[in-house]
Design a protein around this ligand. Sequence first.
Ligand SMILES: Cc1cc2nc3c(=O)[nH]c(=O)nc-3n(C[C@H](O)[C@H](O)[C@H](O)COP(=O)(O)OP(=O)(O)OC[C@H]3O[C@@H](n4cnc5c(N)ncnc54)[C@H](O)[C@@H]3O)c2cc1C
Length: 492
Amino acid sequence: MASALPLQNILSCPAHVLPDIVQTPIDVSQKPYKAPTRILIIGAGVFGLSTALSLSQRPEFAQTTITILDRSPETGVFPSRDASSIDSSRIIRPDYADPSYAKLASEAQARWRETEIGRDGRYTESGFILAADAGPLMREDGSPTGIAYAKKSWVNAMALAQAEGRPLSSVRLMAGAKRLARVTGVGEFADWGYLNDASGWADAEASMGWFYEQVIETGRVTFVNGTVESLETNEAERKVTGARLKDGSTISADLVITAAGAWTPTLIDLSSQAIATGQVLGYIDLTEEEQKKLEDIPVILNLTTGFFVIPPRNRVLKVARHAFGYLNPKTPSQAPLGIPGSEKSTVKPISQPFTHIDDPSLSIPEEGERSLREGLRRLIPWPELQERPFSRTRLCWYTDTATGDWIIDYHPYWQGLFVATGGSGHAFKFLPIIGDKVVDCIMGHCPIEFQQKWKWKAVDDIEKAIVTQDGSRGGEPGLILEDEFKRVSKDK
Ligand SMILES: Cc1cc2nc3c(=O)[nH]c(=O)nc-3n(C[C@H](O)[C@H](O)[C@H](O)COP(=O)(O)OP(=O)(O)OC[C@H]3O[C@@H](n4cnc5c(N)ncnc54)[C@H](O)[C@@H]3O)c2cc1C
């Protein structure tokens, strides 16, 4: 992701010379906007639900009917329990290497901190350590490493503290593994890092539940359980006219907003832009005493390895790996909607989510479990936790783009089709505001600093482009889920 300052300047940047990340360019375009009569949103995760709330609150859409569809198999449960927006926790941090996301996250963070969404235990400002292992600032391919990301982020975090009137001491540099271990009271988990007191974590499932209730209360949005099989089109007019569901029914709409997370590439050809990658999580049960010892630690993330832990709640500790993830290429029964005549609209394998809803006995590959175990041992090297089994593991799916930027834009060919996806493992924190940004983009007022980042992009070299190279990922790129599962059976 781009930064306002070249890296070499940032790394030698004294604390009082901070990048200006608080200037918002003003969008002066005032085009009149005519709202569609019927809007259909596919997916009730962070992108879909937040968009539904924002649409229901805008006067321009007062006469528009809004329907939101989700493949959730449980009636009245939105989103589906295997959506990436549903979990025990998500990190809420404005700690980004990219100043535009840092500023946007800070706007979202203010809502978590100051408004109802963050109450009743849904948001906890535990502090957050962003750390990395020592090493070069660039990978061989020229992309940034974890340490480069962390150092840029530190500068941006200080700039935000200054702009928001917080003391600079709320962002404390912690050079050295021993210092990091001493301050956190855990192991020597990284070589360099900083603690941002103004970051924390959210109970993701509870927050989504609260948000869903807010949308219901508007009385403006119809929720439908159903799985979209394909988008309906009028080819002569190059228009998307609605969606066909697996049960054979159709829902017509003048505007379809596709916010289907990691499933989006199975509906729309995004092969040049976004891909589903499976990420591993493990939960470990603690004793009351262990809970007490760990409950006040900050959230900790090492960007070189990708490992992170969230302070435990109810005697459960979560450890996870923010990684390149697993690919799960499968040939779909039909091609996703592409541009007619283009080679890309033919049926070919697409990486698709595979979750505990597809197979309730699903575990994670041995590679992932071993790696989580190593991460846990380094982060919390207590003898009593060394061999304690994970009480539960989970595969959770990112919708990854090459730069980690989202895709919030109209389809370049089909009218009446808008895409809001590409969360790339970091969109949850934006739940309180992302819908407003999506609706701004629908109305033609995409924030200027995001116009290039969020736009529909065509990338020629698919294989190369689709690894998220923003410096935030650990693990190995290109692992294939099925191969990793097979490796276990062979080893056993
Ligand atoms: C392990 C993990 C850790 C993460 N950690 C963080 C973090 O710490 N901080 C942070 O900010 N972000 C984090 N993220 C990222 C964040 O959770 C996601 O970016 C965000 O939740 C994505 O929301 P979404 O709406 O795109 O997708 P989802 O939440 O997956 O929602 C998509 C919905 O679309 C529905 N759907 C799909 N296909 C169809 C269809 N054909 N018909 C009908 N409905 C359909 C699905 O059922 C689903 O409910 C993490 C993600 C994961 C997986």
